[in-house]
Design a binder for this molecule. Structure first.
Ligand SMILES: NC(=O)c1ccc[n+]([C@@H]2O[C@H](COP(=O)([O-])OP(=O)(O)OC[C@H]3O[C@@H](n4cnc5c(N)ncnc54)[C@H](O)[C@@H]3O)[C@@H](O)[C@H]2O)c1
Ligand SMILES: [Zn+2]
Length: 346
């Protein structure tokens, strides 16, 4: 087991990579702990939970709402939970985001922790203190920054994860390497096959390296005033494709990373060879590189993107593998490059 710390203004977080769900009993006073989980995770793992009160929520983005958080408040009040309660979210990013938000607002804030059970939640959603819910169809519209007291990442629980969910996690992992660490990128190139087949040692090392990159960025810029924006690599374009074409987040981010790398190539920041390395690595993780897209729709969604400022959009580009830079791309430049992207509809 290895430990990573986040020391933020909104709390101090300890992330334990390689600890087991079964060993959780040692970490908390279970009489004052309430577990929040979802139906799927409860089905697989409730047998391994320590004995504590459990609140089970529904699955999917449609359940990530204020209404569900309200249900959590109701149950806590029924249980007569006071400020000494500890809320433990055991589940994917949706459970973690809602647990953190409910805990940060119930009685003006109680302690909380996470056991992320998807690869995406282990390397991304549980790290960094963003909590919240969707509102009126807008993703993560309402929320607060607040750090969990601890996060336990047990790679063993990933065995039951559907393949598509696993692949989504790998998209964020490739993102971390691409923006911050060339040698980690090379290590992923070497170990993609073992990682995909859930080789325990390889997976644990990858989760640790990814969390370390995200935690370091969060430690320097907790509330996304500057450097944390680099974590949006692949997401500006990705969100537009995800929204307009209804594809999975990881797949959209993968296509978004290819688009951002082509924009980088266009600006002379990245070489053809580096773009190819990124493409090959994504393909090895079974992520898509292209989509037969409706360019006008995607552009329209991009232009409406909340990151648009003046006559451009802040895009995370690569100035080499392992080195992200944030640059403003004008709508015209975007249109020109989009026109030349091999994977778009002509
Ligand atoms: N807070 C942040 O910084 C941050 C960062 C990235 C993403 N997010 C949020 O995370 C959410 C996505 O998280 P996600 O990808 O984990 O999705 P998710 O929570 O919906 O989980 C995916 C599916 O896998 C199931 N599942 C979870 N663990 C399982 C296991 N071990 N075995 C079998 N099935 C399992 C879930 O029930 C669900 O059906 C989004 O709402 C996104 O906004 C937050
Ligand atoms: Zn993402």
């Amino acid at each position: 087991m290895k430990t990573i710390e986040i020391a933020g203004h909104t709390g101090h977080s300890q992330i334990l990579v390689g600890e087991r769900l079964k060993n959780l009993k040692a970490y908390l006073d279970w009489k004052r702990t309430v577990i929040i989980t979802d139906d799927n995770v409860a089905g697989f793992y409730q047998k391994d939970f320590p004995i504590a009160d459990v609140i089970c929520v529904g699955t999917g983005e449609k359940a990530k709402t204020l209404k569900t958080v309200e249900k959590i408040y109701h149950r806590l009040i029924e249980m007569e939970a006071d400020r000494s309660v500890f809320l433990l979210g055991i589940g994917g990013g949706i459970v973690c985001d809602m647990t953190g938000f409910a805990a940060s607002t119930y009685l003006r804030g109680v302690e909380f922790g996470y056991v992320p059970t998807t690869l995406l939640a282990q390397v991304d959603a549980s790290v960094g203190g963003k909590t919240g819910v969707n509102f009126k169809g807008y993703k993560n519209m309402v929320g607060v920054f607040s750090q969990p007291a601890f996060v336990v990442c047990d790679p063993g629980v990933l065995k039951t994860l559907p393949a598509q969910e696993l692949v989504s996690g790998f998209a964020e992992i490739v993102k971390h390497a691409a923006i911050a660490d060339a040698s980690y990128f090379a290590c992923l190139e070497e170990n993609a096959v073992s990682a995909l087949s859930l080789d325990a040692a390889v997976l644990q090392q990858i989760i640790y390296d990814s969390v370390k990159i995200k935690a370091a960025i969060v430690n320097r810029d907790e509330t996304e005033k500057g450097e944390r924006r680099k974590l949006n690599f692949g997401h500006t374009f990705g969100h537009a494709v995800e929204k307009t074409h209804g594809i999975a987040h990881g797949a959209a981010v993968s296509i978004g990373m290819v688009a951002a790398s082509l924009l980088s190539l266009n600006r002379g920041l990245l070489t053809e060879n580096e773009v190819d390395r990124l493409r090959r690595l994504l393909a090895r993780f079974k992520l898509p590189l292209r989509i037969d897209m409706d360019k006008e729709k995607v552009l329209d969604a991009l232009v409406r993107d909340k990151k648009r400022e003046g006559d451009g959009i802040h895009f995370v580009l690569l100035a080499g593998i392992g080195q992200a830079v944030v640059e403003k791309i004008s709508i015209d430049e975007l249109k020109t490059v989009l026109k030349n992207l091999a994977f778009t509809r002509s």
